[in-house]
Design a protein. Structure first.
Length: 201
């Protein structure tokens, strides 16, 4: 009996010479299998589509939030230009009146013809006047042009979005002219206008 135990002990020692120990083979095989089949990290197609959709909704939301501000800012800029053009229109008529005084003509000469609306620019009644700059009936198809120096006229430069109508009336029994200047423009299919009124005598 003692010899059998000693023999079995020697057999176990010889089997452990390689440092294998008593680790069960089944456990070692299952661990290797687990490591070999470990899933790789990454995006699936569904996750990618969902991410793109979320980004698109975010971009659309930001655009919708800032779009009214952009339109409002543009309209304010357009209104400033229309205000300038309205005031300029009144000053053009004032200059024509002053030239009538200087030339010894009736101060309202030529101005009362604008009761149905006229068009004029800063060259009207000056030595730079051409056929296109003359004081004449308003044409709704004529847009003011702007040149390289930033001046608005009807004969040089590129078309702008602005049209200007100058209406001059004389109240019955008075020596006063009422000057009504209207500036029209469109933006995004919406019509806008600015109006100013002044008096000359």
């Amino acid at each position: 009996m003692f010899k059998f135990i000693k023999k079995y002990k020697n057999k176990l020692q010889s089997s452990n010479k390689g440092g294998v120990g008593f680790t069960p083979l089944g456990v070692r095989k299952s661990w290797g299998k687990y490591r070999g089949n470990k899933p790789k990290a990454g995006f699936t197609m569904i996750e990618l589509v969902i991410t793109i959709v979320i980004l698109l909704f975010g971009i659309i939301g930001v655009y919708n939030a800032f779009s009214p501000l952009i339109i409002l800012n543009y309209n304010i800029s357009s209104l400033f230009k229309a205000t300038y053009l309205g005031q300029e229109g009144f000053e053009i008529i004032r200059n024509i009146r002053d030239n009538n005084f200087i030339q010894g003509s009736a101060w309202s000469s030529g101005l009362t013809l604008c009761s149905q609306g006229c068009q004029a620019d800063y060259k009207t009644g000056t030595s730079s006047q051409t056929v296109n700059n003359q004081l004449k009936d308003y044409d709704s198809n004529n847009f003011l042009k702007i040149d390289a120096d930033g001046f608005y006229s009807y004969n040089t430069g590129n078309n702008t979005i602005y049209k200007r109508k100058i209406t001059i009336t004389q109240p019955l029994g008075t020596d006063v002219l009422k000057v009504n200047v209207q500036v029209f423009w469109d933006y995004n299919g919406q019509p806008y206008n600015f109006e100013t009124i002044g008096y000359l005598y």
